[in-house]
Design a protein around this ligand. Structure first.
Ligand code: NAD
Length: 376
């Protein structure tokens, strides 16, 4: 019978858990045994009792020999070197392994013959939607970015008509209208702000307008920005400098900028540089969700708030973890939906020809399958 381990996350600031009691119940119904490290779900709102009720076996740090016996380990972030080294050859690890940022730990995975599924690499095709952790977590980041901005801003979001006068609605500029950006638009609109969006993919115009926001038209330039499979390609320096001229006008009147623009496998584009920041009003707030890819705003730093020329710059790379109950619930559903088709009568048999599995399988019992990650 396949033994699945749900460990307590150990990365600093991580409040999510990789499986909820509901997910544990589902895995048990497939014939697996599920071991949950004690307090694994505590920071996400799930007690050991909830897991026991669902049929999970709670283990304490003294029983952690289970790392040696586990056939599958669910995780949110990659486990420590100490725990990875305990896993047996052929054990399957699945989670957000951050392959480009964790090369040392990937070496441990390979040397120990572990099979590792890195969910960031899951192909973004229709069939993958129920397993798409990037989308489920980006949605949360977009929502929470707006709430964070609203609580840090020195004024209201909605328009208010009071006996003391009329308060004008806040102006929010969203840079990047992908999953996080569209959720930021929807949340800022619900709070009553006027929202403007910049994106380089033409399809985004209709999407943002259907949410009641205004699309910032792209600069007129012969060489249009490209896209592959729905993802933006990096723009030319000429385009970027024209885009910044347009954005300066909007940012100089904005109260909030939410930065979500990214280019797959590349550093995020700098869309707000220092001269543009100088033109923003003191008291304005910039939330940079792209900070872990270098950021869209010059000077933002992960998990830090910096005041520059009176503008609050917040590097917010880990917002999903601040909504841990829902983030964990969606994440756990994503993971279980990915592996469920490969578990029959309690036995896991990954089909390595399957497009979803081959797309995110980094290491097959130690054989490197995604060479590009190890190239640099
Ligand atoms: P992302 O996080 O890679 O990028 C966020 C946004 O930044 C994108 O909309 C991109 O166009 C934009 N951007 C890049 N450079 C920019 C620039 N210079 N200025 C302004 N904006 C810029 O994107 P994402 O949220 O992961 O979504 C990307 C695409 O993938 C979308 O088309 C989305 O519909 C699609 N998608 C498909 C699936 C699926 O089918 N399973 C799931 C999720 C997303």
């Amino acid at each position: 019978m396949t033994k699945i381990l749900i460990p307590t996350e150990t990365s600093s600031g991580e409040r999510r858990v990789s499986a909820t009691p509901e997910a544990v119940k589902k895995l048990i119904s497939l014939g697996c045994e599920v071991y949950v490290e004690n307090s694994a779900g505590k920071l996400s709102g799930f007690s050991d009792f909830n897991y026991q009720d669902a049929g999970g076996k709670i283990i304490t740090s003294t029983d952690l020999n289970i790392w040696r016996d586990a056939d599958i380990v669910f995780c949110v972030q990659i486990p420590s070197e100490e725990n990875l080294s305990k896993l047996k050859k052929g054990a399957i690890l699945l989670g957000l392994l951050n392959p480009y940022g964790n090369k040392d730990l990937l070496e441990v995975i390979i040397n120990n013959g572990i099979s590792a599924l890195s969910l960031e690499l899951l192909p973004r095709i229709s069939r993958a939607q129920s397993s798409d952790v990037l989308s489920s977590q980006a949605n949360i980041a977009g929502y929470k970015a707006v709430l964070l901005a609203a609580s840090e801003l020195d004024r209201y979001f909605p328009m208010l008509m009071t006996a003391a006068g009329t308060v004008q609605p806040a102006k929010v500029v969203v840079l990047g209208g992908g999953v996080a950006g569209l959720q930021a638009v929807a949340t800022a609109k619900r709070l009553g702000a006027i929202v403007f969006v910049s994106d380089i993919r033409p399809a985004v115009k209709e999407q943002v307008e259907s949410l009641g926001a205004r699309f910032i038209e792209l600069p007129e330039i012969e060489e249009k920005p490209g896209e592959v499979g729905g993802y933006a390609k990096a723009v030319t320096p000429e385009f970027l400098s024209k885009q910044k001229v347009t954005l300066t006008k909007y940012l100089s009147e904005a109260d909030v900028a939410i930065c979500t623009a990214q280019v797959l496998g590349k550093k995020a584009p700098i869309l707000i540089d220092s001269p543009m920041l100088e033109k923003m009003r003191p008291g304005a707030v910039v939330i940079d969700l792209a900070v872990s890819q270098g950021g869209n705003c010059e000077g933002t730093k992960s998990n830090e708030t910096i005041i520059k020329d009176g503008v609050k710059l917040i590097g917010a790379g880990e917002l999903p973890s601040t909504v841990p109950y829902d983030a964990s619930s969606l994440y756990a559903k994503n993971l279980t939906s990915l592996i469920t088709p490969f578990i029959k009568d309690g036995v896991i048999n990954l089909d390595k020809e399957d497009e979803l599995i081959s797309g995110c399988l980094l290491s097959d019992e130690g054989i490197v399958l995604q060479d590009k990650i190890f190239e640099n």
